[in-house]
Each structure stands twice: as structure tokens, then as C-alpha cells.
Design a binder for this molecule. Structure first.
Ligand SMILES: Cc1cc2nc3c(=O)[nH]c(=O)nc-3n(C[C@H](O)[C@H](O)[C@H](O)COP(=O)(O)OP(=O)(O)OC[C@H]3O[C@@H](n4cnc5c(N)ncnc54)[C@H](O)[C@@H]3O)c2cc1C
Length: 398
């Protein structure tokens, strides 16, 4: 007897897992999630957890808004949550050009309902007493932005998958796709999903993979311009000045350095944009020293503090730093989803939109029509403008 499912989702990160959950919630009887290792073993358990609605494009804003609302609704819906904490997020400006860009962005964000406001330099210093005074020309601030706990998010989606009735298969790798499966519904359309434990005759398939999405795509015969790059995160020792009440989250956009409070210390993270992309989980001490120097210039109290935690992991990215949500060209019943390196702030929204697209071709989360694979040319260049609020990742794929 052949193995069948209404839907097979590839990848047990935040995008695949929440997508499988939403497909099951939408009424599909048999949803199978395959993960080549363990749930959350990719980028999703290693992230910094920053969630912001202050996006650089309307799509980014909508995905941030949807995901934040989802995080707030989780306890009622699934009995646990991803630990969303409303902390407030400041994006300071250091040049006049940044001030002009920030005002334009704020106008777009406010029109979409984000409660973002401008803080003048004195207000920035008052709102953030750990920041070296007199450094900024002001900045945008949204009190409703915050952060989740990435490990808790993995636990939350694990609970949701199991309670929701998704069949989770860990240690099962995706190997490829062929057209013509019938799926459990046997309506005559679908795909056969090849796995390390044999084929699954599926009604539809959703491909995710975070930093490994290009590889997942290749196995399906698709060219997906998505990559991975090393990203470092560290947490300082505790210090009374770093009490949660005194430290909004901050994104020093020009430098690509962000920080937020974490258990009485400061969590900070950054990628090296000059480093060639690729899988890498080794700590780069030299670059860490640069991160620490920039942080100490802006938050002097961190200069003398030791580190309690330090890790490097591979973060996913797309050439325009925007998500990929769309049906796979030429493969009936196959949808591709990537959060483009922002799976904590956009992940649930991307997952829900991908589930909607897989089922109906469109989504109420946002208009996904610009976000498909057809926006990239043969070389992987996007015809969309790059999201201006993103970590400085490489714009090319390795
Ligand atoms: C250090 C770091 C800090 C970050 N900080 C933030 C942040 O503050 N805010 C934010 O929004 N985002 C952040 N991110 C990005 C965020 O973590 C990712 O965008 C998100 O986790 C991607 O989710 P995903 O489900 O697409 O990928 P992943 O979590 O990587 O999951 C993909 C899964 O697919 C599996 N897989 C791969 N190939 C196969 C196969 N052939 N068969 C079966 N399974 C397969 C992998 O094992 C993996 O478990 C950070 C990332 C890193 C690394």
C-alpha cells in the first residue's frame, strides 16, 4: 500500500512547522511534515528572536503585523506560546540621509497602522539611558515591537503540530518530486514526494529549508535563489544598567548591529557582510571584537562586561532580503516558502500565506503576487527593490 497525504511539508523550522499546522487547521485531514534531522535544528532554534513591525516595505510590515498578532494569540489557540515580549524597538539615525529615509518609512508604516513615532535626539537619550548621550539625530520607535524566545517557539510549534494532528516525521529527508501523485483525497492531481523512507503520494507539497532551501529546490528540479551566511550572537553578563525596563531594543541599521535585553544582560548580533556566503557555525573572534567595539561605543557599560553565551549559526537570506512565497513554476501542487532571514518576525505570516497559496493560490495575509520565484532572473537577481531594513547580508548567492 502506498503512503499518502493531503499535504507534505518539507522542513521542520518555523516556516515549515507553522505552515503544516495552518494546513491542518484549514481542514486537510492528513498533513505530513518531514524533517531530515530534528524539529528546529536549522536556523529556527538559533535565532535572536527580534520581531518588528517597522518593516522597510509594505510586505515586510504586513508580515510583521500578522506574525506579532499570531504570537499574541497563541496561548488561547494552542495552550502555549513563543514567548513574545513587547519591548519597544528603536532605529536610531546617525546621518541626515538616514533621517530622511526614516521619515519616509515611518509614513508608509503609519499608513499601514503601525504605531511608530519619531523621537528627537533628546527623547532618544531619555528613552534609552544606556545609550551614550548625544550620538544620534533621532530615530523611529515602535513600542509594540518586541522579541520571542526562539527555543520556546520551537517548543510551541512542536506542541501545536502534535496537538493539531500533524504527522511529524523526524530523520526523514526530502529527496525529490515527481508530478502525478493523487494524494489522500485521490482527486487526480498532486505530486509524489520522494523521501529517505520511500515515496509519499501527496495532494500538495510545500518546500521550505531556510539556509538549505536552494538545495531542497535543486532536489525538486527548481532554481531557488536563497543562501546562507554566518551570523553571530552573544549575550553579555548581567548589569543593573541593563535592566529590561531601561533598554529598548535597538537596530543600528548602518552598522548592521542590533541588541536587546536578555536575562539582565544584553543580547547582540551581527553578520559580516564582507564574508563569502555559505554554511558556517564557527565563532569568528576577530569579527566579534569589531561587534563589541561598535556596541561599546554606543552602550559604554558593555565595554567591561564578560559574555555569558556566544554562538554562530547560518542565517538564510534572499538576494532582495524579501520572503519567497509562491507556487513553483512548472510543478503543479508545489509551493515554495522562505522568510528571507526574518523568520522570527515574519515566519508565522509567511507560513500562513504559504499554506493559503498552496490551498487557494492567494492569501489574506498579504498580496503574494510580487513575492514568487518569477521575480528572479536566471542569475538570481530580483526585480524588486531590496528591503532597506535588513542586516547587511551578501546580495549575491554563493
Ligand atoms: C544567529 C541567527 C539569528 C537570527 N535572528 C533573527 C531575528 O532576530 N529575527 C528574525 O526574524 N530572524 C532571525 N534569524 C533568521 C531566522 O532564524 C530564520 O529566518 C528562520 O529560522 C528560518 O526558518 P525556516 O523554517 O525557513 O528554516 P530553518 O529553521 O533552517 O528550518 C529548515 C529545516 O529544513 C530542514 N531541511 C533541510 N533540508 C532538508 C531536506 N532535504 N529534507 C528534510 N528537511 C530538510 C533543516 O534540517 C531545517 O530544520 C536569525 C537566524 C540566525 C541563524
Amino acid at each position: 500500500m502506498s503512503d499518502t497525504a493531503d499535504a507534505v511539508v518539507v522542513g521542520g523550522g518555523t516556516v515549515g512547522a507553522w505552515c503544516a499546522y495552518f494546513l491542518r487547521q484549514a481542514g486537510l485531514a492528513r498533513v505530513v511534515l518531514i524533517e531530515k534531522g530534528l524539529l528546529g535544528q536549522g536556523a529556527s532554534s538559533r535565532a535572536a528572536g527580534v520581531v518588528r513591525m517597522q518593516g522597510g516595505t509594505p510586505e515586510a510590515v504586513r508580515l510583521g503585523q500578522w506574525s506579532r498578532r499570531f504570537y499574541l494569540s497563541q496561548r488561547d489557540e494552542i495552550g502555549t506560546d513563543s514567548g513574545f515580549t513587547e519591548q519597544g524597538y528603536l532605529l536610531p539615525c546617525f546621518t541626515e540621509a538616514e533621517v530622511t529615509a526614516a521619515h519616509a518609512r515611518m509614513e508608509m508604516q503609519a499608513a499601514l497602522g503601525v504605531p511608530v513615532r519619531w523621537l528627537d535626539p533628546g527623547e532618544v537619550d531619555a528613552a534609552n539611558p544606556t545609550l551614550a548621550p548625544g550620538q544620534t539625530l533621532g530615530g523611529t520607535f515602535c513600542a509594540q515591537d518586541g522579541f520571542i524566545s526562539p527555543p520556546r517557539n520551537v517548543a510551541a510549534y512542536t506542541v501545536a503540530l502534535i496537538r493539531g494532528g500533524v504527522e511529524v516525521r523526524e530523520h526523514v529527508a526530502f529527496r525529490g518530486l515527481t508530478a502525478g501523485g493523487r494524494g489522500a483525497a485521490a482527486d487526480g492531481r498532486g505530486v509524489v514526494v520522494e523521501t529517505s523512507q520511500g515515496p509519499i503520494d501527496a495532494g500538495l507539497a510545500v518546500l521550505t529549508g531556510g539556509p538549505k532551501l536552494a538545495e531542497v529546490g535543486r532536489l525538486a528540479g527548481l532554481r531557488i535563489p536563497a543562501g546562507g551566511a554566518r551570523h553571530q550572537v552573544a549575550v553579555t553578563e548581567r548589569h543593573p544598567d541593563l535592566d529590561r525596563a531601561r533598554v529598548p531594543m535597538v537596530f543600528d541599521l548602518a552598522a548592521g548591529l542590533y541588541w536587546r535585553p536578555e536575562e539582565g544582560g544584553l543580547l547582540f548580533g551581527m553578520s559580516n557582510p564582507d564574508e563569502p556566503p555559505g554554511e558556517n557555525r564557527e565563532v569568528d573572534e576577530e569579527y566579534l571584537a569589531k561587534m563589541r567595539a561598535r556596541l561599546a561605543a554606543l552602550v559604554p557599560v558593555t565595554a567591561g562586561l564578560g559574555l555569558r553565551r556566544l554562538w554562530a549559526a547560518t542565517i538564510d537570506y534572499t538576494p532582495d532580503h524579501l520572503p519567497i512565497i509562491g507556487r513553483a513554476p512548472g510543478l503543479d501542487g508545489v509551493t515554495v516558502a522562505s522568510a528571507g532571514g526574518a523568520g522570527m518576525m515574519w515566519g508565522p505570516g509567511v507560513a500562513r500565506a504559504a499554506a493559503d497559496v498552496a490551498l487557494t493560490g492567494s492569501s489574506e495575509v498579504l498580496d503574494v503576487s510580487p513575492l514568487g520565484l518569477d521575480r528572479f532572473d536566471e542569475a538570481g537577481h530580483s526585480r524588486l527593490a531590496t528591503d532597506p531594513i535588513a542586516l547587511p547580508f551578501p546580495e549575491r548567492i554563493a
